[in-house]
Ligand binder design. Structure first.
Ligand code: ADP
Ligand code: F6P
Length: 482
Protein backbone atom coordinates (compact mmCIF):
# COMPACT_ATOMS: atom_id res chain seq x y z
CA UNK A 1 0.00 0.00 0.00
CA UNK A 2 1.21 3.48 -0.84
CA UNK A 3 2.04 6.32 1.53
CA UNK A 4 -0.77 8.16 3.29
CA UNK A 5 -1.36 11.88 2.64
CA UNK A 6 -1.06 12.43 6.38
CA UNK A 7 1.41 9.86 7.67
CA UNK A 8 0.50 10.56 11.29
CA UNK A 9 -3.15 9.76 10.66
CA UNK A 10 -4.15 6.30 11.73
CA UNK A 11 -7.00 4.93 9.58
CA UNK A 12 -9.13 1.84 10.16
CA UNK A 13 -11.50 0.58 7.46
CA UNK A 14 -14.21 -1.85 8.54
CA UNK A 15 -16.42 -3.95 6.29
CA UNK A 16 -18.08 -7.30 6.65
CA UNK A 17 -16.06 -8.77 3.78
CA UNK A 18 -12.29 -8.47 3.63
CA UNK A 19 -10.62 -7.77 0.26
CA UNK A 20 -9.28 -11.33 0.33
CA UNK A 21 -11.44 -14.39 0.86
CA UNK A 22 -9.83 -17.37 2.54
CA UNK A 23 -10.43 -20.96 1.46
CA UNK A 24 -9.09 -24.16 3.02
CA UNK A 25 -7.03 -26.21 0.55
CA UNK A 26 -4.94 -29.32 0.96
CA UNK A 27 -2.04 -28.51 3.25
CA UNK A 28 -3.20 -25.02 4.29
CA UNK A 29 -5.14 -22.00 3.11
CA UNK A 30 -5.52 -20.07 -0.10
CA UNK A 31 -6.66 -16.48 -0.51
CA UNK A 32 -8.36 -14.92 -3.53
CA UNK A 33 -9.56 -11.40 -4.30
CA UNK A 34 -13.16 -10.90 -3.16
CA UNK A 35 -15.56 -9.63 -5.82
CA UNK A 36 -18.05 -6.77 -5.55
CA UNK A 37 -18.18 -3.01 -5.76
CA UNK A 38 -16.98 -2.37 -2.22
CA UNK A 39 -13.69 -4.21 -2.71
CA UNK A 40 -13.20 -2.56 -6.13
CA UNK A 41 -13.65 0.95 -4.75
CA UNK A 42 -11.56 0.50 -1.62
CA UNK A 43 -8.79 -1.30 -3.53
CA UNK A 44 -8.48 1.83 -5.69
CA UNK A 45 -7.80 3.84 -2.54
CA UNK A 46 -4.84 1.68 -1.50
CA UNK A 47 -2.61 3.49 -4.03
CA UNK A 48 -2.80 6.77 -2.15
CA UNK A 49 -3.73 5.94 1.41
CA UNK A 50 -2.52 3.53 4.02
CA UNK A 51 -5.01 1.80 6.28
CA UNK A 52 -5.77 -1.34 8.21
CA UNK A 53 -8.80 -3.23 6.96
CA UNK A 54 -10.87 -5.19 9.51
CA UNK A 55 -13.49 -7.75 8.49
CA UNK A 56 -14.73 -11.31 8.47
CA UNK A 57 -12.41 -13.70 6.57
CA UNK A 58 -15.33 -15.74 5.17
CA UNK A 59 -14.34 -18.98 6.87
CA UNK A 60 -14.83 -20.50 10.33
CA UNK A 61 -11.57 -21.42 12.06
CA UNK A 62 -11.67 -22.95 15.52
CA UNK A 63 -8.09 -24.16 15.81
CA UNK A 64 -5.84 -21.37 17.22
CA UNK A 65 -3.00 -22.53 14.97
CA UNK A 66 -5.19 -22.09 11.86
CA UNK A 67 -6.27 -18.67 13.08
CA UNK A 68 -2.69 -17.66 13.58
CA UNK A 69 -1.67 -18.82 10.10
CA UNK A 70 -4.51 -16.96 8.39
CA UNK A 71 -4.00 -13.83 10.51
CA UNK A 72 -0.33 -13.79 9.58
CA UNK A 73 -0.92 -14.09 5.86
CA UNK A 74 -3.70 -11.47 5.85
CA UNK A 75 -1.50 -9.09 7.82
CA UNK A 76 0.84 -8.90 4.82
CA UNK A 77 -2.05 -7.14 3.05
CA UNK A 78 -2.90 -4.94 6.07
CA UNK A 79 -6.08 -6.98 6.56
CA UNK A 80 -7.14 -8.03 10.06
CA UNK A 81 -9.61 -10.91 10.42
CA UNK A 82 -12.47 -10.92 12.90
CA UNK A 83 -13.28 -14.61 13.35
CA UNK A 84 -16.90 -15.63 13.77
CA UNK A 85 -18.62 -18.83 14.66
CA UNK A 86 -20.17 -20.44 11.54
CA UNK A 87 -23.81 -20.32 12.67
CA UNK A 88 -23.49 -16.75 13.89
CA UNK A 89 -21.86 -15.64 10.63
CA UNK A 90 -24.54 -17.44 8.63
CA UNK A 91 -27.42 -15.82 10.54
CA UNK A 92 -25.79 -12.39 10.34
CA UNK A 93 -24.76 -12.46 6.68
CA UNK A 94 -27.34 -14.68 4.99
CA UNK A 95 -30.15 -14.44 7.54
CA UNK A 96 -30.47 -10.78 8.46
CA UNK A 97 -28.19 -8.83 6.10
CA UNK A 98 -29.08 -10.53 2.84
CA UNK A 99 -32.56 -12.00 3.38
CA UNK A 100 -34.13 -9.17 5.39
CA UNK A 101 -32.17 -5.93 5.12
CA UNK A 102 -30.90 -6.14 1.52
CA UNK A 103 -34.39 -6.58 -0.04
CA UNK A 104 -35.76 -3.63 1.95
CA UNK A 105 -32.87 -1.39 0.94
CA UNK A 106 -33.66 -2.32 -2.69
CA UNK A 107 -37.43 -1.78 -2.54
CA UNK A 108 -38.33 -5.48 -2.64
CA UNK A 109 -41.51 -6.23 -0.73
CA UNK A 110 -42.70 -9.40 1.01
CA UNK A 111 -39.78 -9.65 3.43
CA UNK A 112 -40.55 -11.57 6.62
CA UNK A 113 -38.78 -10.52 9.81
CA UNK A 114 -37.35 -13.12 12.17
CA UNK A 115 -35.79 -12.50 15.59
CA UNK A 116 -32.97 -15.12 15.43
CA UNK A 117 -31.08 -13.50 12.53
CA UNK A 118 -31.68 -10.08 14.06
CA UNK A 119 -30.04 -11.16 17.35
CA UNK A 120 -27.11 -12.59 15.34
CA UNK A 121 -26.80 -9.27 13.50
CA UNK A 122 -26.61 -7.43 16.83
CA UNK A 123 -24.07 -9.89 18.21
CA UNK A 124 -21.77 -9.63 15.19
CA UNK A 125 -21.90 -5.85 15.34
CA UNK A 126 -20.94 -6.10 19.05
CA UNK A 127 -18.02 -8.40 18.30
CA UNK A 128 -16.80 -5.99 15.63
CA UNK A 129 -17.15 -3.09 18.09
CA UNK A 130 -15.00 -4.92 20.67
CA UNK A 131 -12.27 -5.72 18.15
CA UNK A 132 -12.13 -2.24 16.61
CA UNK A 133 -12.29 -0.39 19.95
CA UNK A 134 -9.33 -2.42 21.19
CA UNK A 135 -7.32 -1.71 18.04
CA UNK A 136 -8.12 2.02 17.82
CA UNK A 137 -6.00 4.71 19.39
CA UNK A 138 -7.05 8.21 20.32
CA UNK A 139 -7.47 10.15 17.06
CA UNK A 140 -7.87 7.11 14.78
CA UNK A 141 -10.25 7.67 11.86
CA UNK A 142 -12.66 4.75 11.68
CA UNK A 143 -14.51 4.30 8.40
CA UNK A 144 -17.28 1.66 8.50
CA UNK A 145 -18.85 0.26 5.31
CA UNK A 146 -22.23 -1.02 4.33
CA UNK A 147 -25.49 -2.43 5.63
CA UNK A 148 -24.01 -5.41 7.46
CA UNK A 149 -22.68 -3.05 10.15
CA UNK A 150 -25.32 -0.38 10.72
CA UNK A 151 -25.34 -0.82 14.51
CA UNK A 152 -21.57 -0.63 14.73
CA UNK A 153 -21.08 3.17 14.98
CA UNK A 154 -23.20 3.44 18.15
CA UNK A 155 -21.73 0.32 19.78
CA UNK A 156 -18.25 1.46 18.90
CA UNK A 157 -18.79 4.98 20.19
CA UNK A 158 -19.86 3.51 23.56
CA UNK A 159 -16.90 1.11 23.75
CA UNK A 160 -14.45 3.86 22.87
CA UNK A 161 -15.96 6.13 25.49
CA UNK A 162 -15.57 3.41 28.14
CA UNK A 163 -11.90 3.16 27.19
CA UNK A 164 -11.44 6.95 27.23
CA UNK A 165 -10.65 7.15 23.51
CA UNK A 166 -11.97 9.80 21.14
CA UNK A 167 -12.11 8.78 17.49
CA UNK A 168 -13.83 10.03 14.37
CA UNK A 169 -16.36 7.56 12.99
CA UNK A 170 -17.61 7.65 9.39
CA UNK A 171 -19.96 5.34 7.54
CA UNK A 172 -20.57 4.70 3.83
CA UNK A 173 -23.61 2.93 2.50
CA UNK A 174 -23.03 1.04 -0.76
CA UNK A 175 -26.70 0.38 -1.45
CA UNK A 176 -29.64 2.69 -2.06
CA UNK A 177 -31.39 4.08 0.98
CA UNK A 178 -35.12 3.74 0.25
CA UNK A 179 -37.81 6.37 0.61
CA UNK A 180 -39.33 6.60 4.11
CA UNK A 181 -42.39 4.42 3.83
CA UNK A 182 -40.47 1.49 2.50
CA UNK A 183 -37.94 1.63 5.31
CA UNK A 184 -40.80 1.53 7.83
CA UNK A 185 -41.55 -2.08 6.76
CA UNK A 186 -38.61 -3.13 8.88
CA UNK A 187 -39.60 -3.67 12.54
CA UNK A 188 -36.09 -2.78 13.79
CA UNK A 189 -35.86 0.31 11.58
CA UNK A 190 -35.23 2.71 14.50
CA UNK A 191 -32.32 0.74 15.97
CA UNK A 192 -30.47 0.75 12.68
CA UNK A 193 -30.90 4.47 12.09
CA UNK A 194 -29.92 5.28 15.66
CA UNK A 195 -26.89 3.04 15.21
CA UNK A 196 -25.73 5.22 12.33
CA UNK A 197 -26.42 8.52 14.09
CA UNK A 198 -23.39 8.01 16.32
CA UNK A 199 -21.24 8.80 13.27
CA UNK A 200 -19.58 12.09 12.50
CA UNK A 201 -20.12 11.66 8.77
CA UNK A 202 -22.40 9.40 6.72
CA UNK A 203 -21.80 9.02 2.97
CA UNK A 204 -24.24 7.98 0.24
CA UNK A 205 -23.76 7.31 -3.47
CA UNK A 206 -26.44 9.74 -4.68
CA UNK A 207 -28.33 12.81 -3.48
CA UNK A 208 -31.56 10.82 -3.60
CA UNK A 209 -30.34 8.19 -1.11
CA UNK A 210 -28.98 10.92 1.16
CA UNK A 211 -32.26 12.82 1.13
CA UNK A 212 -34.28 9.65 1.81
CA UNK A 213 -32.10 9.02 4.85
CA UNK A 214 -32.45 12.57 6.15
CA UNK A 215 -36.24 12.45 5.69
CA UNK A 216 -36.40 9.13 7.54
CA UNK A 217 -34.44 10.56 10.48
CA UNK A 218 -36.96 13.40 10.71
CA UNK A 219 -40.11 11.29 10.41
CA UNK A 220 -38.99 8.27 12.42
CA UNK A 221 -36.94 9.87 15.19
CA UNK A 222 -38.08 13.47 15.15
CA UNK A 223 -34.47 14.51 14.51
CA UNK A 224 -33.74 18.13 13.50
CA UNK A 225 -32.93 18.14 9.81
CA UNK A 226 -33.57 21.68 8.60
CA UNK A 227 -29.86 22.46 8.85
CA UNK A 228 -28.58 21.61 5.37
CA UNK A 229 -27.02 18.19 5.17
CA UNK A 230 -26.75 17.90 8.94
CA UNK A 231 -28.90 15.92 11.34
CA UNK A 232 -29.17 16.86 14.99
CA UNK A 233 -30.11 13.98 17.25
CA UNK A 234 -29.51 13.49 21.00
CA UNK A 235 -26.83 16.17 21.29
CA UNK A 236 -24.94 14.96 18.23
CA UNK A 237 -24.60 16.81 14.96
CA UNK A 238 -24.15 14.27 12.18
CA UNK A 239 -23.06 15.33 8.73
CA UNK A 240 -24.33 13.54 5.61
CA UNK A 241 -23.11 13.92 2.04
CA UNK A 242 -22.96 12.40 -1.40
CA UNK A 243 -19.58 10.89 -2.36
CA UNK A 244 -19.33 9.59 -5.92
CA UNK A 245 -17.68 6.20 -5.74
CA UNK A 246 -15.57 5.16 -8.74
CA UNK A 247 -12.97 2.76 -10.09
CA UNK A 248 -9.27 2.91 -10.88
CA UNK A 249 -9.42 3.44 -14.68
CA UNK A 250 -5.64 3.14 -15.01
CA UNK A 251 -5.79 -0.47 -13.87
CA UNK A 252 -7.94 -1.27 -16.91
CA UNK A 253 -5.78 0.71 -19.33
CA UNK A 254 -2.68 -1.10 -18.08
CA UNK A 255 -4.37 -4.51 -18.21
CA UNK A 256 -5.59 -3.96 -21.77
CA UNK A 257 -2.06 -3.07 -22.84
CA UNK A 258 -0.63 -6.41 -21.69
CA UNK A 259 0.45 -8.63 -24.64
CA UNK A 260 -1.52 -11.67 -23.40
CA UNK A 261 -4.68 -9.57 -23.06
CA UNK A 262 -4.13 -8.07 -26.51
CA UNK A 263 -3.85 -11.58 -27.90
CA UNK A 264 -7.06 -12.60 -26.17
CA UNK A 265 -8.84 -9.52 -27.55
CA UNK A 266 -7.65 -10.45 -31.05
CA UNK A 267 -8.97 -14.03 -30.65
CA UNK A 268 -12.35 -12.84 -29.39
CA UNK A 269 -12.64 -10.26 -32.20
CA UNK A 270 -11.97 -12.99 -34.78
CA UNK A 271 -14.50 -15.28 -33.09
CA UNK A 272 -17.24 -12.63 -33.25
CA UNK A 273 -16.42 -11.06 -36.60
CA UNK A 274 -19.58 -9.62 -38.17
CA UNK A 275 -21.53 -10.07 -34.94
CA UNK A 276 -22.59 -7.29 -32.57
CA UNK A 277 -21.50 -8.26 -29.07
CA UNK A 278 -23.59 -7.19 -26.07
CA UNK A 279 -21.96 -7.82 -22.69
CA UNK A 280 -23.47 -8.05 -19.23
CA UNK A 281 -21.51 -8.61 -16.00
CA UNK A 282 -23.53 -8.89 -12.80
CA UNK A 283 -23.48 -10.71 -9.51
CA UNK A 284 -26.30 -13.21 -9.65
CA UNK A 285 -28.71 -11.11 -7.61
CA UNK A 286 -32.37 -10.13 -7.96
CA UNK A 287 -31.47 -6.45 -7.94
CA UNK A 288 -29.45 -6.80 -11.14
CA UNK A 289 -32.66 -7.46 -13.11
CA UNK A 290 -31.30 -10.55 -14.83
CA UNK A 291 -34.70 -12.14 -15.51
CA UNK A 292 -35.81 -8.78 -16.92
CA UNK A 293 -32.65 -8.68 -19.05
CA UNK A 294 -33.29 -12.10 -20.55
CA UNK A 295 -36.95 -11.21 -21.22
CA UNK A 296 -35.90 -7.94 -22.87
CA UNK A 297 -33.29 -9.69 -25.00
CA UNK A 298 -35.81 -12.35 -26.02
CA UNK A 299 -38.22 -9.58 -27.08
CA UNK A 300 -35.41 -7.87 -29.00
CA UNK A 301 -34.69 -11.09 -30.92
CA UNK A 302 -38.42 -11.48 -31.66
CA UNK A 303 -38.61 -7.86 -32.83
CA UNK A 304 -35.60 -8.16 -35.15
CA UNK A 305 -35.52 -11.39 -37.11
CA UNK A 306 -33.27 -9.59 -39.63
CA UNK A 307 -30.52 -9.68 -36.98
CA UNK A 308 -30.49 -13.48 -36.73
CA UNK A 309 -26.89 -14.69 -36.20
CA UNK A 310 -25.74 -11.05 -36.11
CA UNK A 311 -26.06 -10.35 -32.39
CA UNK A 312 -24.91 -12.17 -29.26
CA UNK A 313 -25.46 -11.40 -25.58
CA UNK A 314 -22.55 -12.62 -23.44
CA UNK A 315 -23.85 -12.60 -19.88
CA UNK A 316 -21.51 -13.30 -16.97
CA UNK A 317 -23.56 -14.04 -13.83
CA UNK A 318 -21.04 -14.06 -10.99
CA UNK A 319 -22.07 -16.55 -8.23
CA UNK A 320 -23.15 -14.69 -5.11
CA UNK A 321 -24.74 -15.47 -1.71
CA UNK A 322 -25.32 -19.06 -2.76
CA UNK A 323 -26.50 -20.18 0.69
CA UNK A 324 -29.59 -17.99 0.46
CA UNK A 325 -32.70 -19.77 -0.82
CA UNK A 326 -33.89 -16.85 -2.96
CA UNK A 327 -30.54 -16.71 -4.77
CA UNK A 328 -30.63 -20.46 -5.45
CA UNK A 329 -34.13 -20.13 -6.89
CA UNK A 330 -33.07 -17.23 -9.09
CA UNK A 331 -30.18 -19.27 -10.43
CA UNK A 332 -32.51 -22.09 -11.44
CA UNK A 333 -34.92 -19.65 -13.07
CA UNK A 334 -32.17 -18.01 -15.11
CA UNK A 335 -30.82 -21.35 -16.29
CA UNK A 336 -34.26 -22.35 -17.53
CA UNK A 337 -34.82 -18.98 -19.22
CA UNK A 338 -31.42 -19.09 -20.94
CA UNK A 339 -32.17 -22.60 -22.26
CA UNK A 340 -35.57 -21.51 -23.57
CA UNK A 341 -34.20 -18.42 -25.33
CA UNK A 342 -31.49 -20.39 -27.06
CA UNK A 343 -33.94 -23.18 -27.89
CA UNK A 344 -36.22 -20.64 -29.53
CA UNK A 345 -33.65 -18.56 -31.40
CA UNK A 346 -30.76 -20.95 -32.16
CA UNK A 347 -29.79 -21.66 -35.75
CA UNK A 348 -27.27 -24.15 -37.16
CA UNK A 349 -24.83 -21.20 -37.06
CA UNK A 350 -25.08 -20.79 -33.30
CA UNK A 351 -26.99 -19.44 -30.31
CA UNK A 352 -27.68 -15.76 -29.52
CA UNK A 353 -27.13 -16.04 -25.77
CA UNK A 354 -23.97 -17.09 -23.97
CA UNK A 355 -24.87 -17.40 -20.32
CA UNK A 356 -21.96 -18.03 -17.94
CA UNK A 357 -22.74 -18.74 -14.31
CA UNK A 358 -19.24 -18.40 -12.95
CA UNK A 359 -16.60 -15.90 -12.05
CA UNK A 360 -14.11 -14.93 -14.78
CA UNK A 361 -10.52 -13.75 -14.21
CA UNK A 362 -9.89 -10.01 -14.27
CA UNK A 363 -7.94 -10.11 -17.56
CA UNK A 364 -10.77 -11.99 -19.28
CA UNK A 365 -13.26 -9.50 -17.88
CA UNK A 366 -11.25 -6.60 -19.32
CA UNK A 367 -10.99 -8.34 -22.72
CA UNK A 368 -14.74 -8.96 -22.79
CA UNK A 369 -15.54 -5.35 -21.93
CA UNK A 370 -13.13 -4.25 -24.63
CA UNK A 371 -14.62 -6.26 -27.54
CA UNK A 372 -18.27 -5.51 -26.68
CA UNK A 373 -20.24 -3.07 -28.85
CA UNK A 374 -22.82 -2.61 -26.12
CA UNK A 375 -22.94 -3.11 -22.35
CA UNK A 376 -26.44 -3.91 -21.08
CA UNK A 377 -27.16 -3.32 -17.37
CA UNK A 378 -30.70 -3.82 -16.16
CA UNK A 379 -30.66 -3.29 -12.37
CA UNK A 380 -34.08 -2.94 -10.77
CA UNK A 381 -32.25 -1.00 -8.02
CA UNK A 382 -28.49 -0.72 -7.50
CA UNK A 383 -26.40 1.43 -5.14
CA UNK A 384 -24.10 2.63 -7.94
CA UNK A 385 -23.06 -0.17 -10.36
CA UNK A 386 -19.34 -0.03 -11.04
CA UNK A 387 -19.51 -2.41 -13.98
CA UNK A 388 -20.85 0.54 -15.99
CA UNK A 389 -17.67 2.50 -15.14
CA UNK A 390 -15.44 -0.46 -16.02
CA UNK A 391 -17.03 -0.91 -19.43
CA UNK A 392 -16.33 2.74 -20.27
CA UNK A 393 -12.72 2.37 -19.07
CA UNK A 394 -12.24 -0.36 -21.71
CA UNK A 395 -13.84 1.46 -24.65
CA UNK A 396 -11.06 3.80 -25.70
CA UNK A 397 -11.00 2.47 -29.25
CA UNK A 398 -14.48 1.13 -29.94
CA UNK A 399 -16.63 3.81 -28.24
CA UNK A 400 -19.18 1.17 -27.34
CA UNK A 401 -22.58 2.14 -26.00
CA UNK A 402 -23.77 1.84 -22.42
CA UNK A 403 -27.43 0.80 -22.10
CA UNK A 404 -28.16 1.49 -18.46
CA UNK A 405 -31.26 0.99 -16.34
CA UNK A 406 -32.63 4.22 -14.91
CA UNK A 407 -32.62 2.51 -11.47
CA UNK A 408 -28.85 2.09 -11.15
CA UNK A 409 -27.27 4.79 -8.96
CA UNK A 410 -24.84 5.38 -11.86
CA UNK A 411 -27.76 6.58 -14.00
CA UNK A 412 -27.90 9.77 -11.89
CA UNK A 413 -24.54 10.73 -13.35
CA UNK A 414 -24.33 8.90 -16.67
CA UNK A 415 -27.67 9.46 -18.36
CA UNK A 416 -26.29 11.95 -20.90
CA UNK A 417 -23.63 9.49 -22.07
CA UNK A 418 -25.79 6.37 -22.13
CA UNK A 419 -29.15 5.09 -23.33
CA UNK A 420 -31.48 4.67 -20.40
CA UNK A 421 -34.64 2.58 -20.03
CA UNK A 422 -37.03 1.08 -17.47
CA UNK A 423 -35.97 -2.51 -16.77
CA UNK A 424 -39.53 -3.82 -16.39
CA UNK A 425 -40.53 -2.38 -19.78
CA UNK A 426 -39.52 -5.07 -22.27
CA UNK A 427 -40.43 -2.95 -25.29
CA UNK A 428 -38.31 -0.05 -24.03
CA UNK A 429 -35.40 -2.39 -23.41
CA UNK A 430 -35.66 -3.92 -26.87
CA UNK A 431 -35.75 -0.45 -28.44
CA UNK A 432 -32.80 0.70 -26.33
CA UNK A 433 -30.68 -2.26 -27.50
CA UNK A 434 -31.65 -1.59 -31.12
CA UNK A 435 -30.82 2.11 -30.78
CA UNK A 436 -27.44 1.30 -29.22
CA UNK A 437 -26.48 -1.04 -32.03
CA UNK A 438 -27.42 1.54 -34.64
CA UNK A 439 -25.88 4.65 -33.11
CA UNK A 440 -23.67 6.55 -35.58
CA UNK A 441 -19.90 6.66 -34.90
CA UNK A 442 -20.19 10.40 -34.16
CA UNK A 443 -22.94 9.89 -31.57
CA UNK A 444 -21.02 7.00 -30.01
CA UNK A 445 -17.89 9.09 -29.73
CA UNK A 446 -19.77 11.96 -28.15
CA UNK A 447 -21.41 9.74 -25.56
CA UNK A 448 -18.17 7.88 -24.86
CA UNK A 449 -16.19 11.09 -24.28
CA UNK A 450 -18.79 12.31 -21.84
CA UNK A 451 -18.58 9.07 -19.83
CA UNK A 452 -14.80 8.84 -20.10
CA UNK A 453 -14.42 12.29 -18.56
CA UNK A 454 -16.82 11.33 -15.80
CA UNK A 455 -15.06 8.08 -14.81
CA UNK A 456 -11.61 9.67 -15.03
CA UNK A 457 -12.70 12.55 -12.80
CA UNK A 458 -14.51 10.43 -10.24
CA UNK A 459 -12.00 7.73 -9.38
CA UNK A 460 -12.06 5.44 -6.37
CA UNK A 461 -8.93 7.16 -5.02
CA UNK A 462 -10.64 10.55 -5.17
CA UNK A 463 -13.79 9.16 -3.54
CA UNK A 464 -11.83 7.70 -0.64
CA UNK A 465 -9.62 10.73 -0.17
CA UNK A 466 -12.62 13.09 -0.18
CA UNK A 467 -14.36 11.04 2.48
CA UNK A 468 -11.30 10.79 4.71
CA UNK A 469 -10.53 14.51 4.31
CA UNK A 470 -14.08 15.50 5.18
CA UNK A 471 -14.18 13.16 8.17
CA UNK A 472 -10.91 14.44 9.59
CA UNK A 473 -11.90 18.04 8.88
CA UNK A 474 -15.15 17.61 10.82
CA UNK A 475 -13.31 16.19 13.78
CA UNK A 476 -10.78 18.99 13.84
CA UNK A 477 -13.67 21.48 13.82
CA UNK A 478 -15.54 19.80 16.64
CA UNK A 479 -12.31 19.49 18.64
CA UNK A 480 -12.68 15.70 18.73
CA UNK A 481 -8.99 14.98 19.07
CA UNK A 482 -7.00 13.58 21.96
P1 ADP B 1 -21.96 -5.10 -6.70
O1 ADP B 1 -21.18 -4.29 -5.75
O2 ADP B 1 -23.41 -5.14 -6.43
O3 ADP B 1 -21.41 -6.46 -6.91
P2 ADP B 1 -20.85 -3.43 -8.87
O4 ADP B 1 -21.21 -3.39 -10.32
O5 ADP B 1 -20.80 -2.10 -8.22
O6 ADP B 1 -21.88 -4.40 -8.16
O7 ADP B 1 -19.45 -4.10 -8.65
C1 ADP B 1 -19.12 -5.36 -9.11
C2 ADP B 1 -17.62 -5.48 -9.10
O8 ADP B 1 -17.26 -6.85 -9.04
C3 ADP B 1 -16.97 -4.89 -10.34
O9 ADP B 1 -15.88 -4.11 -9.94
C4 ADP B 1 -16.51 -6.10 -11.09
O10 ADP B 1 -15.35 -5.93 -11.87
C5 ADP B 1 -16.20 -7.04 -9.95
N1 ADP B 1 -16.15 -8.41 -10.42
C6 ADP B 1 -16.92 -9.01 -11.33
N2 ADP B 1 -16.51 -10.28 -11.52
C7 ADP B 1 -15.47 -10.46 -10.74
C8 ADP B 1 -14.60 -11.54 -10.46
N3 ADP B 1 -14.75 -12.69 -11.06
N4 ADP B 1 -13.63 -11.37 -9.56
C9 ADP B 1 -13.47 -10.20 -8.93
N5 ADP B 1 -14.26 -9.15 -9.13
C10 ADP B 1 -15.24 -9.27 -10.02
O1 F6P C 1 -23.20 -3.36 -3.49
C1 F6P C 1 -23.43 -3.77 -2.19
C2 F6P C 1 -22.48 -4.87 -1.79
O2 F6P C 1 -22.69 -5.27 -0.47
C3 F6P C 1 -21.10 -4.39 -1.91
O3 F6P C 1 -20.76 -3.64 -0.84
C4 F6P C 1 -20.38 -5.66 -2.10
O4 F6P C 1 -19.20 -5.43 -2.72
C5 F6P C 1 -21.32 -6.45 -2.96
O5 F6P C 1 -22.60 -6.00 -2.58
C6 F6P C 1 -21.10 -7.95 -2.86
O6 F6P C 1 -21.69 -8.47 -1.72
P1 F6P C 1 -21.15 -9.70 -0.89
O7 F6P C 1 -20.16 -9.19 0.06
O8 F6P C 1 -22.36 -10.26 -0.26
O9 F6P C 1 -20.54 -10.66 -1.87
Amino acid sequence: MGPTSDPKRNIIIVSNRLPLSIKRVEGGFESSLSSGGLVTSLSGLTKSTQFQWFGWPGIELKDPADREEVTKSLKEHNAIPIFLDKTLAHEHYNGFSNRILWPILHYQSGVSFDDTPWQAYRRVNELFADAIADAAECGTLIWVHDYHLMLLPELLRNRLQEQGKTCAIGFSLHTPFPAGDFWRNLPVRKHLIEGLLSCDLIGFHTDEYKQNFIDTCASLLGARTEIGNQIQYKNRLVCTDKFIVGIDPQKFTETLAQPDVQERIHTLKERYKGVKVIVGVDRLDHIKGLTQKLKGFDAFLDDHPELENKVILIQVAVPSREDVKEYQELERELCTMAGKINGKHATPEGTPLLYMHRSVPFTELAALYSIADVCLLTSTRDGMNLVSFEYVACQQERHGVLVLSEFAGAASFMSAGSISFHPANTTEMSEAIFAAINLSPEERKMKYEHLRDFINTNTSAKWGQNFIDKLSHRCRRSGDTC
